[in-house]
Design a binder for this molecule. Structure first.
Ligand code: CLF
Ligand code: SF4
Length: 517
C-alpha cells in the first residue's frame, strides 16, 4: 500500500509506520539502492512509446505534460455554431467542452485567423500547435474549420493542427481530417449509456432533425464511438475530454474510460464541471455542483491504470494564446492584428529558438536522472506546490503566482498531478492579507511550496500552516529540485525515526530495569 504524506500528523504517522518497515527491510536509510522509478500518464517520454507517436506528441502541450512547460498553443475562434445542447453550456459563451464557462471569444473569419496565427507564431516562437475549439463545435462548422487549416498549411506548415469536437459530426469528416494531416483530435465523451446521457444532453440536431431525451443521447454516443474507432484506424491520436458531473456521470466515467481505451484513445482528460448560476446554464441554475479537487483527483487516480490521464488541462478559451496556464490573447486582438499590415513568417528563427528549447529539455531530463540516482526505495510520498512561469523551472515569485503546479514526489521521482488556481497575493507591490488565507488553503495538502522569492509575512503564514516555504531552488529545474528536496526530507525523517526508536528502546529497557528493581 502506498501512502501520501501531507502536512498532517496522522498522515505522517501512518506513512512512517510503512516507511519503518521499509527501513528494516533495507537495513536502514541509504543502503537499499534501486530506483523504483516509473513514469506515467501524459508525462511519458520517448522511452515509453513508439517513435512515431513520440514524434507527434513531443511538442504538443496538451498531449505531453512534459512539453507543456516549454511549448505553447493557440486557438482561433472560427467555429460559432453547434449541433447539440449540453446542460453545462450557455451559447452566449464559448463551448464549455474545451473552455472555462462564462468566457466569450472574439470570432474570426478563416482569413483573419490565418493572419493572427502568423502574427502569434512570429511573436511566440515556441507556439507549435493551432487548435480549433469553438466557440461552438469545430465540426459543426466544417467549411470554416477546414478553410482555416488549409490557409495555415500553406503559410506555416511546421505548425501542428488540432481540433476539438463533441463527436456528432465526426464520422463524416475523418477523411478530411486525415487529408489535412490533423494528427490530434479531441472528442468530448461524457457517457456511453444513453440513460446517463439524457441527463446531460437535452437535444442533438442530426440529419436535419432535432432529437431529444434517450434517443438524442443514443445517437450521440453511437456517433462518438464510431468516430473514435475511425480516427484510431486512420492513425490520428485522440484525446477524450470528459466533464465530471457529481451524481450524474462521476462513477460512470470509469466505464467511459474503459470504453475509449478499448477503442484506441491515447489520452483521457477528466475535467471538473464548473457551474455557477450567473453562467445561465441548466446545471448552473438548478444548483448542480462541480467536483472538489480531491474528488477529481480520486477519479483520475482510479482511471490511471487503464490509460494515460491528462492532469494539466487549463480549460482554456476558444481564442487562447500562450503556454497553458497563461493567457496572452489580449496581446493579439483583431484590432491589433489589423494594424500590423503584412506579417512575414520567419520559419528559420522559429526553428533556431525551438532548438534552444530542445537543448534545455535535454538538460532538464539529465538533471532529473542525476537527482534520482541512489534514491532509496520507499513508498513515502509528499506533495509540493510550485510557482512557475514556464521552462520547467521554479521561476515565479509567491506573490505573482496565478496558480501553483502540484507535484507528487517519492522514490519514483517527481510527477505532475495537477494545478491549483489562486488569487494574486501581490497587488501593486503590496501583499494582500485578505487573499493569503485562500492561497494557503489551496495548497494546504502540500508539504512544501517552491518559489523564486517570498516575503516574510507569507513565509510565516505558510510555516504556521505546516507548509515549508522554499526559495533555495530559485530558477532551477522543478523535477530535479523536488527530488533533491525529497532526498533531504527523507534522510531527516529516517534519522528522526531511528533516534525516536532508539529512545523508545531505551525507555523500554529503563522500564524493565525499574520494574525488576
Ligand atoms: Fe487546443 Fe485542445 Fe488541441 Fe490543446 S487545448 S484543441 S488539445 S491545442 Fe489543452 Fe486547453 Fe485543456 Fe484543451 S489545455 S482545454 S486540453
Ligand atoms: Fe456548448 Fe460545446 Fe456542448 Fe455545443 S458541444 S452545447 S458549444 S458545450
Amino acid at each position: 500500500m502506498q501512502e501520501m504524506i501531507g502536512n498532517t500528523d496522522n498522515h505522517t504517522n501512518h506513512a512512517l509506520g510503512e516507511m519503518l518497515d521499509k527501513i528494516a527491510e533495507h537495513k536502514g536509510c541509504g543502503t537499499s539502492g534501486g530506483s523504483g522509478k516509473s513514469s506515467c500518464g501524459s508525462s511519458d517520454g520517448p522511452s515509453d512509446m513508439a517513435p512515431e507517436v513520440w514524434e507527434k506528441v513531443k511538442n504538443h502541450p496538451c498531449y505531453s505534460e512534459e512539453a507543456h512547460h516549454h511549448y505553447a498553443r493557440m486557438h482561433v475562434a472560427v467555429a460559432p455554431a453547434c449541433n447539440i445542447q449540453c446542460n453545462y453550456c450557455n451559447r452566449k459563451y464559448d463551448c464549455a467542452n474545451e473552455s472555462r464557462p462564462g468566457v466569450v471569444s472574439e470570432k474570426l473569419t478563416p482569413e483573419q485567423a490565418a493572419k493572427k496565427v502568423l502574427a502569434v507564431a512570429s511573436a511566440i516562437p515556441q507556439m507549435t500547435v493551432l487548435g480549433i475549439a469553438g466557440p461552438g463545435d469545430a465540426l459543426a462548422n466544417p467549411a470554416k474549420t477546414f478553410k482555416t487549416f488549409e490557409l495555415i498549411q500553406k503559410t506555416a506548415p511546421d505548425i501542428k493542427l488540432c481540433l476539438s469536437t463533441n463527436g456528432l459530426a465526426l464520422p463524416d469528416h475523418v477523411d478530411t481530417i486525415k487529408a489535412f494531416n490533423v494528427d490530434h483530435v479531441t472528442i468530448t465523451i461524457n457517457m456511453i449509456d444513453p440513460e446517463v446521457g439524457q441527463h446531460i444532453y437535452p437535444w442533438v440536431y442530426y440529419k436535419n432533425k432535432r432529437y431529444t431525451g434517450i434517443e438524442a443521447a443514443r445517437i450521440l454516443t453511437e456517433r462518438q464511438m464510431q468516430g473514435l474507432e475511425m480516427l484510431t484506424a486512420a492513425g490520428v491520436l485522440t484525446k477524450i475530454n470528459s466533464v465530471m458531473i457529481p451524481g450524474i456521470n462521476d462513477k460512470h466515467l470509469v466505464d467511459v474510460n474503459k470504453a475509449v481505451k478499448s477503442r484506441g484513445a491515447f489520452l483521457h482528460n477528466i475535467m471538473p464541471l464548473i457551474s455557477a448560476a450567473e453562467h445561465g446554464t441548466v446545471f448552473g441554475l438548478n444548483g448542480q455542483r462541480g467536483p472538489t479537487a480531491q474528488e477529481l483527483k480520486a477519479l483520475q487516480d482510479s482511471c490511471e491504470g487503464e490509460m494515460n490521464m491528462m492532469r494539466h488541462c487549463r480549460q482554456c478559451r476558444a481564442d487562447a494564446v500562450g503556454l497553458l496556464g497563461e493567457d496572452r490573447s489580449a496581446e493579439f486582438t483583431t484590432e491589433k492584428i489589423d494594424a500590423m499590415g503584412e506579417v512575414v513568417y520567419d520559419a528559420e528563427s522559429r526553428k533556431t529558438y525551438q532548438e534552444l528549447v530542445e537543448a534545455e529539455r535535454v538538460e532538464k531530463v539529465a538533471a532529473k536522472e542525476a537527482a534520482l540516482q541512489e534514491l532509496d526505495v520507499t513508498d513515502v510520498r509528499i506533495m509540493i506546490a510550485v510557482a512557475t512561469k514556464g521552462h520547467g523551472r521554479v521561476n515565479e515569485h509567491f506573490g505573482h503566482a496565478h496558480e501553483f503546479q502540484i507535484y507528487e514526489v517519492g522514490s519514483f521521482g517527481a510527477k505532475f498531478v495537477g494545478h491549483r488556481r489562486v488569487d494574486l497575493y501581490c497587488q501593486g507591490g503590496y501583499g494582500d492579507e485578505d487573499t493569503l488565507p485562500s492561497v494557503v488553503r489551496a495548497i494546504n495538502d502540500c508539504h512544501a511550496v517552491f518559489v523564486a522569492k517570498i516575503g516574510a509575512c507569507p513565509r510565516d503564514e505558510l510555516k504556521a500552516a505546516g507548509i515549508d516555504p522554499v526559495d533555495s531552488y530559485a530558477d532551477e529545474f522543478i523535477e530535479e529540485s523536488a527530488i533533491l528536496y525529497f532526498k533531504e526530507y527523507f534522510a531527516k525523517v529516517c534519522a528522526r525515526e531511528i533516534e525516536h526508536r532508539a529512545r523508545g528502546d531505551a525507555d523500554i529497557r529503563q522500564g524493565a530495569f525499574t520494574a525488576a528493581a
